[in-house]
Design a protein around this ligand. Structure first.
Ligand code: SAH
Length: 504
């Protein structure tokens, strides 16, 4: 059979905030076999892809090899020729200062089908996230996107600063941070008023966004003092004044902070979203991993006699999916569970049940084993109770429920294992004092952190990196292994951890 040729999608990833990719872009990522992404792309976007993802970095970075443009072109053709669906993911919009059109031309030359998915270009997003409209009708009837970085191989600059200085409206310079003094001076020399409002927006739409605004004359000095980093845009024009009235993004409470999320990476979607909403950058650093039991025979045997039980207790979302997904995959459904009463330790676990259209009968006020036991104790005397649990955990429930006269069976429906190492980038962030918070959501996570963190990084704990425990029990476990806990959540959930950070 002849192989179907593949297709290449040139996709704009948007300016940085992972919410600012298009729906079409996400669809492409979901069906990709191969993703080649550039240095500006937020790696969180790769969570949409099941594919092999490879960075074609312009800046050197761990895990990425620098591919030259020719090599990228070749790779796109090669992979598509093998019949693969390829996504070429590029920061912002693929064509705006993005060389996407060169890639498309190369594909056309080689007879490879492609589709181009626009992205939100940095200028547009930076304006909005910094609180200014590039085309406010009182200030600007036009906007110009200008390169601040002429290719060195061009014999003469294509840009005539005399013309640029005369252009009405808003000027936006891409790739110009290093040359800001030169750009500002050239504009002024050519007649642009020194007093023209101007700004640099650095790392726009990311939690590290910073904006420095002033007049064109003073901007280079202000930016040097603020030590802004690439990628940055220079925006020149009256519209910059609007900022004082409209700025919103930089008011987020945790802007510029990084929060380490220690739960399994595939279960972190909600925490990532919440961090971003609060302005913080989520750093995924899973300290435990969740795996199915090595062998399902015990779970299956228990499900076969589920009719004998009166209650089922769940103390985690993984417990719910461990037991009930297995029940479903063996051909069962809710009807075999109709006689049961259900208890959930907290709101997340309750939500997992509710999504299966099961309403828990008991949710304690405080989300901890002691409270769950106290709520259940009056209800379970003489009853047969099943606890769908992790391979590791506390023994409060068995003790308390036995005391209450319940006949408790414990069933391991998933395993929680420590990861064996932390990734090097995370350790470096901690050592450099750039990870602001780490959330500890269980005693085993606290112990795992203490075991895996090298001393060079431990030195940052309690100083540049502060630890937040999900509950007093976790705080105590952390203290026992020498970790200084700065905050304890009021509500014993990840949301509680993030709220505690936001309120601190
Ligand atoms: N195709 C991209 C631009 C690539 S050129 C787009 O459409 O946005 C790279 C330049 O884009 C950087 O030097 C910087 O000037 C700008 N840029 C990209 N992302 C940015 C961001 N998040 N904040 C500020 N400038 C950004």
């Amino acid at each position: 059979m002849e192989m179907q040729p593949g297709k290449v999608y040139l996709v704009g990833a948007g300016p940085g905030d992972p919410g600012l990719i298009s729906l079409r872009g996400v669809e492409c990522l979901q069906k990709a076999d191969v993703v080649l992404y550039d240095g500006l792309v937020n790696p969180l976007l790769l969570r949409h892809a099941k594919a092999h993802c490879e960075r074609t970095c312009r800046h050197s970075a761990p895990g990425g090899r620098i591919l030259k443009q020719d090599e990228i072109n070749q790779r796109l053709v090669e992979e598509a020729s093998k019949g693969k669906t390829v996504v070429r993911l590029k920061g912002g919009d693929p064509f705006i200062f993005g060389r996407g059109s060169e890639e498309a031309a190369f594909l056309r030359e080689h007879g490879i089908e492609y589709e181009i998915v626009p992205g939100i270009t940095a200028a547009v997003a930076a304006g909005e996230y910094a609180g200014l409209s590039l085309t406010h009708r009182d200030h600007a009837a036009m906007v110009s996107f200008i390169t601040g970085h002429e290719s060195p191989d061009k014999p003469a600059s294509q840009l005539d600063y005399r013309q640029l200085a005369e252009l009405p409206g808003t000027l936006v310079f891409y790739m110009g941070l290093d040359r800001l003094p030169k750009i500002a001076a050239s504009l002024i020399e050519n007649g642009k008023a020194e007093s023209t409002p101007a700004a640099v927006v650095s790392r726009a739409t990311t939690p590290l966004q910073r904006t420095v605004a002033g007049t064109l004359g003073e901007l280079p000095q202000l930016v040097a003092e603020a030590q802004l980093h690439a990628p940055s845009l220079i925006i020149v024009g009256e519209c910059v004044r609007q900022r004082e009235q409209l700025a919103w993004f930089e008011d987020r409470p945790l802007l510029g902070q990084r929060v380490g999320i220690t739960r399994p990476a595939h279960q972190a979607d909600e925490q990532i979203a919440r961090c971003i909403e609060l302005g913080a950058q989520p750093v995924l650093m899973p300290l435990i991993e969740i795996t199915p039991p090595d062998d399902w025979s015990e779970v299956d045997a228990t499900l076969d006699r589920i009719a004998e039980f009166d209650w089922v207790i769940f103390t985690s979302v993984n417990g719910v999916s461990g037991l009930l997904d297995r029940h479903w995959s063996r051909g069962g459904d809710v009807r075999q569970l109709a006689h049961l009463k259900f208890a959930a330790i907290g709101s997340s676990t309750a939500k997992a049940l509710e999504q299966l259209h099961i309403r828990p009968d008991v949710i304690p006020e405080e989300f901890r084993a002691e409270s769950l036991a106290a709520s259940l104790s009056p209800l379970v005397e003489g009853q047969k109770v099943l606890w769908a649990r992790a391979s590791r955990g506390r023994d409060v429930l068995p003790r308390e429920l036995a005391a209450a006269g319940a006949d408790l069976e414990q069933l391991v429906v998933y395993q929680n294992r420590d990861v064996t190492e932390l990734d090097a980038e995370t350790v470096e962030l901690i050592e450099a004092g750039e990870l602001t918070w780490i959330g500890l959501s269980s005693p085993s996570i606290a112990r795992s952190l203490a075991a895996l963190l090298p001393d060079s990084a431990k030195a940052s704990l309690g100083k540049s990196t502060r630890l937040v425990a999900i509950s007093p029990v976790t705080a105590e476990a952390a203290a026992e292994c020498g970790l200084p806990v700065a905050l304890v959540a009021d509500t014993f959930t990840w949301d509680g951890i993030l709220s505690a950070i936001a309120a601190s």
